[in-house]
Design a protein around this ligand. Structure first.
Ligand SMILES: *Cc1c(COP(=O)(O)O)cnc(C)c1O
Length: 357
């Protein structure tokens, strides 16, 4: 029976990505060697890196004065690379969840970290609005999609200071206006590739403004000047990312995926709102994520939480257990998840509802 993959990360990838990567692991670009055992300086891999870079820029419409780099270390290393490269005295952060919190912790090592607003008081079930960003901030940091709590900032904010965004779990899920951001970064393992590669989109104009010395590997300029080949890049995840980018292009681009994502999220949220057993955990509908859909059992049915999880798992709904800090359920609906998987989950929710009548 078909497995429905709702894992939050690492998570579902297009079949195309998996198949092409398997082929390259056996025989990469007709070299007769595996992608895993060939020099990253070979002309074959060099071509992969260059194409990944150009297709990434093309699909997100990235303006001329921006560069895209691919590095290791995960989004979590970016939590310190951002202040290392951009913060002189003061930076502002919006606290929308556990990842935002971790980013804030690193920033404090480099100067004054201003938390402009936080939704921690209500387990991050909403996106704070109406706050002041100090105009002398070196940058303002946001997490556009809060993977754990299922909230999402779906617009490109207009702010007066350089805007930095962790887009680990919603990159390529919707069109973005890159020109509104100074830096956008994320781990690849939610919507792009297997774990191991991190993308950073950076406006070159914001670099070179801090007084401190930056260790070579943590300096964005190192990776920009060497085309992400200063040291050995994570070759397999980069190759896989390229396959996903080709798949996105073939699907019709980010606009088409966005439409599909909106539709997928809508039908699942509609069921959560309709089904008497369940309720969503996000307070305001406009803050609901289209990538991670969080829900719990209604108070009068709380006792059935474990039973539903088992019931759904038996029916091949994999990875729907909510994060331990929220409980309940989370269905991650990344680009590669087909609508059929959501329809199958909805059917399981309806079957369970009938059992409890
Ligand atoms: C998963 C995730 C991270 C952490 O990414 P790593 O690559 O594991 O360091 C950071 N931010 C967000 C929004 C995430 O979803």
């Amino acid at each position: 029976m078909k497995k429905h993959n709702f894992y939050a990360g690492p998570s579902i990838l297009p079949n195309f990505t998996i198949e092409e990567t398997i082929k390259a692991l056996k025989n990469f670009a007709n070299t007769g060697l595996s992608l895993a055992e060939i020099s990253h300086r070979s002309k074959e891999f060099d071509a992969v890196m260059k194409e990944t870079n150009s297709l990434f820029k093309e699909l997100l419409n990235i303006p001329e004065d921006y560069e895209v780099i691919f590095v290791g270390g995960g989004a979590s290393t970016q939590f310190c690379m951002i202040p290392f490269n951009l913060m002189n005295k003061k930076a502002s952060y919006l606290n929308t969840g556990a990842w935002a919190n971790k980013a804030q912790k690193e920033a404090k090592l480099f100067g004054e970290m201003v938390e402009v607003a936080s939704s921690k008081d209500e387990t991050y079930c909403y996106i704070p609005k109406n706050y002041e960003i100090p105009e002398d901030s070196d940058y303002f940091h946001i997490t556009t999609n809060n993977t754990i709590y299922g909230t999402e900032i779906k617009e490109d904010y207009d702010v007066k200071v350089p805007l930095v965004a962790d887009m680990s779990s919603d990159i390529f899920s919707r069109p973005i206006d890159v020109s509104k951001y100074a830096v956008i970064y994320g781990g690849a393992q939610k919507n792009l590739a297997p774990a191991g590669v991190t993308f950073v989109i950076v406006n070159k104009k914001v670099l070179g403004k801090v007084d401190r010395e930056i260790p070579t590997m943590l300096d964005y300029r190192t990776h920009i000047s060497k085309g992400s080949m200063f040291n050995t890049p994570p070759v397999i995840p980069v190759f896989a990312a390229l396959q996903t980018l080709k798949w996105i292009k073939n699907m019709g681009g980010v606009e088409v995926l966005h439409r599909k994502n909106l539709e997928k999220a809508q039908i699942l949220y509609d069921e959560i709102d309709r089904n008497k057993l369940f309720k969503g955990t996000v307070k305001n509908k406009e803050d609901r994520s289209i990538m991670n859909i969080c829900f719990v059992m209604n108070d009068e049915y709380k006792e059935f939480e474990k039973e539903f999880l088992n019931f759904a798992t038996e029916k091949n709904m994999l990875g729907i257990k909510g994060h331990r800090s929220v409980g309940g359920f989370r269905a991650s609906t990344y680009n590669a998840l087909p609508k059929e998987s959501i329809e199958a989950l909805i059917e399981v929710m309806q079957d369970f509802e009938k059992m409890k009548k």
